[in-house]
Design a protein around this ligand. Structure first.
Ligand SMILES: [Zn+2]
Length: 70
């Protein structure tokens, strides 16, 4: 029979101030929105870059997320 130790390990969870994490949250939010734009809309409903290269690269993701494609 094994014994379970009653003492929990001392783990400190670091707290990150909101003012410190907010710029990073905004930055990655914009990057995510840009990626979502290319997956969902570009070379579909609208097009910033001519051709079909972006469409071909993100085509499976577009279908996976249910965006209208063809
Ligand atoms: Zn398609």
């Amino acid at each position: 029979m094994s014994q379970v130790s009653a003492s929990a390990p001392d783990v400190e969870v670091p707290s990150i101030p909101l003012a410190q994490i907010a710029p990073w949250a905004v930055f990655f939010g914009l990057i995510a929105m840009l990626a979502l734009f290319f997956v969902s809309t570009d070379q579909g409903a609208t097009s910033l870059i001519s051709g079909t290269a972006i469409h071909e690269w993100v085509h499976d993701g577009r279908h996976l997320l249910g965006y209208p494609c063809h």
